[in-house]
Design a protein around this ligand. Sequence first.
Ligand code: NAD
Length: 499
Amino acid sequence: MQELTHYINGAHVKGTSGRFADVYNPATGEVQAKVPLANAAEMEAAVAAAQAAQPAWGAVNPQRRARVMMKFVDLLNRDMDKLAEALSREHGKTLPDAAGDVQRGLEVVEFCIGAPHHLKGEFTDSAGPGIDMYSMKQALGVTAGITPFNFPAMIPMWMFAPAIVCGNAFILKPSERDPSVPLMLAELMEEAGLPKGVLQVVNGDKEAVDAILHHDVIQSVGFVGSTPIAQYIYATGCANGKRVQCFGGAKNHMIIMPDADMDQAADALIGAGYGAAGERCMAISVAVPVGEETADRLIEKLVPRIEALKVGPYTSGKDVDYGPVVTAAAKANIERLVQTGVDQGAKLVVDGRGFSLQGYEDGFFVGPHLFDNVTPDMDIYTQEIFGPVLSTVRAKTYEEAIGLAMDHEYGNGTAIFTRDGDAARDFAARINIGMVGINVPIPVPLAYHTFGGWKKSMFGDLNQHGPDSFKFYTRTKTVTSRWPSGIKEGGEFSIPVME
Ligand code: NAD
């Protein structure tokens, strides 16, 4: 049994708390490693190392910090297959999808190579007689991030790449379900030239998170995960005076207008609903066809596609559409919610219950499900299922369809499929959701834009990556300067104004 470690001050460090969590291979159901769960003393050691390392790193000029990122991109490409394999082995997603997880993080690192430009301040020459005014963007100091299981490469890189290139030290508390890739990323950052102590990985659960939230030295906390924990971290972090951004759960609706290309819409729903076993915060989990005829045509196209889905372990290579879910508990929760759908009167058009894969009977595989005639009061509509379960809610009109998406408590992503530019434009303008796709089912913005939902999918004000990340990980200082020769007329007693 492999015993994983923390990565503190440039070294793999064994856990000392005596507490561990099991890390599974979701395809076989076997425990393949145990990960230490840190206590406050272990977090303290990481904070002390970060605090010691950060001032020198913050003083390195931005171009040199960017060069570490350049080298890191090379190393990610060099080790892409190794990272993807480690990721699939603990998460369960297919190898091409795991490589995509690394790639989408790598693209944020590429964006961060532009740090010398993004960190430029503003300057006003002669703001007053002999007075210049300029602003600087300075690092916060020691920062921290808490990440979910579903993107163990991309989401840590969303956070640590901008934090570190801005001159901060960063402590990552990754998901205890798949901690190996975050540890590998920390090693690669040091191979790329990052000094020890600037990026550390402290594994753990609520105890480690609470140690972050209550530590005076830690200036900011980034979180991605489920909404109840996002709310807790936002409230506690803010109450303790930290800068906090928290990204939560989702229930993404895709509206299918009567004029949509129905094959295109069905293909899009298959990928967005069932890819990664539905364990994506940008997965489409609700299809909203407008009009009975649209709904009937859509279901007719979806059923054979869903029945043809290939579910299997990542080791089967490209022949698999999606793999197992992450744990037995996740599987049980999905099965429980599916049962509530049946009990509450939804029509289970494709029944994935009882799915079993020969040779992998103990794996956490869940067959694909399609529900029709779902109504907004049902648990499968109000709750995030985070599994391969697509719900169809039939809407009579476009107004009813957009209203459903707008009234849902989550607001991460949404999409509309139509050939009507006017409807698409109206949808994009009115919808109260952070990321919108027009004939694009998973509208995850690229690294140089920003990522973030609205409503209960996001707590805080600055999004992930893109220009917002440089704002989140820096503080602005504004300097008003006048050299001694400028003082000629004695003291000034009223507030200076520019006349
Ligand atoms: P989770 O909330 O269970 O865990 C996320 C992190 O919080 C982990 O590091 C975990 O160790 C920690 N944590 C868990 N319980 C805690 C507690 N009681 N106190 C303090 N910390 C705790 O989420 P998950 O199951 O790992 O990830 C799936 C969820 O993440 C889904 O809801 C999904 O929608 C969401 N997600 C959101 C986004 C987004 O950008 N909005 C992206 C990816 C995933």
